[in-house]
Design a binder for this molecule. Structure first.
Ligand SMILES: C[S@@+](CC[C@H](N)C(=O)[O-])C[C@H]1O[C@@H](n2cnc3c(N)ncnc32)[C@H](O)[C@@H]1O
Length: 497
């Protein structure tokens, strides 16, 4: 888990406008992002009562389901009443002057090693049922249906605004992100819109990890030609769209939304790395929608997440919930599982990778294979190929070694299995050594070593964000190869006769 940085105590509290906790600022100011971690201002009472009932539902829309990426799980069996001792993490921060406000319980937003994140501000005992830690009403979100007719909730675009024509012109199948980026840019431009304020909490172009913002030289640092080529194409697609729509002869009210292509690329990065999908029900109509949900978009990803998202469709509220049975300690990071996928997919959409990604794959060309069940039993991994998991609760302390990387090894190593036919240790050892050699050859094909990458990351204080994540990506690949080599060593030692 990432360790959150200590809240900055040097910041002077900004002068609040009536009903607002802080004055509007230029978009994406890094200074404003730090307000998230400020201590609550003295004199404001902390709310202790449970949240009031939401206003009656008036609109036609009802939402009932949510689909990946950023997966939402099954609803809990019953409503979880909020224990009276739970309190919003920082009442000032959430009170941005809207009819229904966002509420949070027992958490705080802090800057950590993966940018902003959500952290527990108190211990939570494992419960039989999932527990709510955030509620975000539909009014604060930006949503747009995936298919025409385009509908927005809340409906902020007047029909005669030229941004509507741009959205109208997008391809329903392939351009959801371009549409949502247009909607986001429009929301930033509306006087007093919630997103004008929330925009201050989003990462600036310098802080964004998206490879859409990476110069070509940073893409080369990936040492993954396929991913670099894909990202160059993604950049060209976005710039091409901006050039087509933001040509010279457009009204100022459109021009100012994205005066240069960098602004559009930034909005697109935000959309790609922070949106989720909902299923909206409109009368008899079922429609998928792309959604930007503030505050929930501060949750970082973990393959072993302790929280999940749940859409409470009867009052159109997105809930962030702690999974049943999960013990939370004060200071723990609250995370959700964005998706199951290889590191290059995470890089393409979110701009990060992990050496412990259990879904990561390596293409072996060797004909050598090891015995699947023997390998799994040595590391206490269970399940079928697409459901492999490691239960650390079942093993005593010695095996810190087993993590998502070893699960990835089990998934990606060439294996064989034939009913009850057992492995022959001498044959297994030979195969394991052949696979180790292939990993070693792959490691040596990189232009730098693990140690050199680590030195670059440790030494360069002013490294550009996109260069940093590109170097981390190739480092994570190498760490996985090293993990596979080590796992095969342990396998040879422990294989049963
Ligand atoms: C939905 S946002 C989460 C909030 C974000 N950390 C922030 O600073 O606002 C997704 C972004 O967070 C970062 N992120 C999320 N999970 C991460 C992880 N496990 N490792 C590294 N970065 C992560 C990536 O930059 C990603 O694009």
């Amino acid at each position: 888990m990432a360790t959150p940085a200590a809240p900055s105590l040097l910041l002077l509290p900004p002068t609040p406008l009536p009903g607002l906790p802080f004055p509007p600022r230029p978009w994406a100011a890094p200074f404003a992002r730090r307000i998230l971690s400020r201590p609550p201002r003295a004199g404001r009472p902390r709310l202790r009562e449970p949240p009031p009932a939401p206003p009656p539902v008036e609109e036609v829309a009802e939402e009932q389901d949510v689909t990946p990426p950023l997966r939402l799980l099954e609803p809990p069996q019953e409503d979880d009443p909020f224990p009276p001792e739970m309190e919003p993490a920082d009442p000032d921060f959430y009170r941005i002057g809207y009819a229904r406000m966002m509420r949070a319980y027992g958490i705080e937003f802090l800057e950590g090693s993966d940018g902003m994140g959500v952290y527990a501000s108190r211990d939570v005992e494992p419960l039989r049922r999932a527990r709510v830690i955030m509620e975000i009403p539909l009014e604060l979100m930006l949503t747009i249906t995936k298919k025409p007719p385009w509908m927005f909730f809340p409906d902020i675009i007047p029909l005669d605004h030229p941004i509507f024509d741009i959205i109208e012109s997008t391809d329903p199948e392939t351009e959801w992100d371009l549409r949502l980026a247009c909607l986001l840019l429009y929301a930033f431009d509306i006087e007093d819109n919630f997103w004008q304020l929330y925009g201050d909490f989003l990462p600036s172009a310098d802080e964004c990890t998206s490879l859409l913002l990476a110069p070509k030289e940073d893409l080369m640092e990936l040492e993954d030609q396929d991913l670099a080529t894909k990202m160059l194409k993604n950049q060209q697609r976005a710039i091409g769209f901006w050039q087509k729509q933001w040509h010279k002869a457009i009204p100022l009210k459109l021009k100012r939304l994205a005066p240069d292509h960098e602004r559009f690329l930034w909005a697109l990065s935000i959309v790609q790395s922070r949106s989720i999908n909902f299923k909206l029900r409109m009368g008899a109509f079922n429609q998928d929608a792309n959604v930007l949900a503030p505050y929930a978009d501060m949750l970082n990803h973990s393959h072993d997440a302790n929280c999940f998202l749940h859409w409470r469709f009867k009052d159109r509220m997105l809930e962030v919930m702690i999974k049943a049975g999960h013990a939370i300690k004060k200071g723990d990071e609250m995370t959700i599982d964005y998706m199951c996928g290889v590191n290059s997919s995470f890089m393409e959409r979110y701009g990060f990778s992990s050496p412990k990604n259990p879904w990561e794959l390596i293409n072996f060309s060797s004909a050598a294979k090891i015995h699947m069940d023997s390998f799994l039993s040595v590391f206490n991994i269970a399940g079928l190929h697409d459901e492999l998991y490691y239960n650390s609760a079942l093993t005593s302390g010695e095996t810190n070694f087993v993590d998502g990387g070893v699960v990835a090894a089990a998934r990606t190593l060439p294996t064989w299995s034939d009913g009850d036919v057992p492995a022959i240790p001498s044959v297994e050892r030979k195969s394991a050594q052949a696979l180790q050699e292939e990993c070693q050859t792959m490691l040596e094909s990189f232009s730098t070593t693990i140690q050199q990458d680590q030195e670059i990351l440790d030494s360069d204080g002013h490294i550009r964000k996109t260069r940093e994540i590109a170097i981390k990506y190739r480092l994570h690949r190498k760490l996985l190869l090293q993990k596979i080599i080590d796992a095969l060593e342990i396998y040879q030692d422990r294989i049963l006769f």
